[in-house]
Ligand binder design. Structure first.
Ligand code: FE
Length: 168
C-alpha cells in the first residue's frame, strides 16, 4: 500500500511539474515584450496623451497627430521604448486622419492581436518590445502588401535619416 501511494505521489508530481512548465510564460505568449513596467512607471515617462493611447489603447483624434501629414525620410520608432517600427518609404496618404504604412519595418517589430472592442472585430498592432498600443491594421492598403497599418502619431517618434530625432 505504501509503495502504491509513493508511486502515485511521484507520478502526480511529475505530471504537475510538466503542466507547470507548459504554463510558464514564454517570450512569445506575453506579447513577446521584454519590458515589464508598472502603470506608475509609464505615467512618469509618458505624457498623459501618450499614456492614454499607448497603455490604455486610446485613439487620438483624426487629422490632429504630428505625423499624419509628415513626409520626411527616416524611421518611425515607438514613443515609449524607441523600438524601430516603420520606414518612411512605407508611409502613404490614406486620407483617414492617421499616419498609415503598408508594412512594418520588420514583422518582428510589431505584434498583431485580435481586438473585439467597440462591437468591431479588428486587428490591433502593439509594439513587440514594450507592448504599447500603436493602432490597427486593415487589409485595404495599397500595393505591394495591400495592408494599411493605421497608427496613432502619439505612439510614434521619428528619427530622420541622419539619425537626429525631432522634438516631441
Ligand atoms: Fe515600444
Amino acid at each position: 500500500m505504501k509503495t502504491y501511494l509513493l508511486l502515485t505521489l511521484t507520478a502526480w508530481s511529475f505530471t504537475f511539474a510538466a503542466c507547470s512548465q507548459n504554463q510558464k510564460p514564454t517570450s512569445t505568449n506575453m506579447n513577446n515584450t521584454t519590458m515589464n513596467k508598472s502603470d506608475d512607471e509609464w505615467k512618469k515617462q509618458l505624457t498623459p496623451e501618450q499614456f492614454n493611447v499607448l497603455r490604455l489603447k486610446g485613439t487620438e483624434k483624426p487629422f490632429t497627430g504630428k505625423f499624419e501629414d509628415h513626409w520626411d525620410s527616416g524611421t518611425y520608432v515607438c514613443a515609449a521604448c524607441g523600438n524601430e517600427l516603420f520606414n518612411s518609404n512605407a508611409k502613404f496618404d490614406a486620407g483617414c486622419g492617421w499616419p498609415s504604412f503598408y508594412e512594418a519595418l520588420d514583422k518582428t517589430k510589431v505584434i498583431e492581436k485580435q481586438d473585439f472592442a467597440h462591437g468591431m472585430v479588428r486587428t490591433e498592432i502593439v509594439c513587440a518590445k514594450c507592448g504599447g498600443h500603436l493602432g490597427h491594421v486593415f487589409d485595404d492598403g495599397p500595393k505591394p502588401t495591400g495592408m494599411r497599418y493605421c497608427i496613432n502619431s502619439v505612439s510614434l517618434d521619428f528619427k530622420k535619416k541622419d539619425s537626429s530625432s525631432i522634438k516631441k
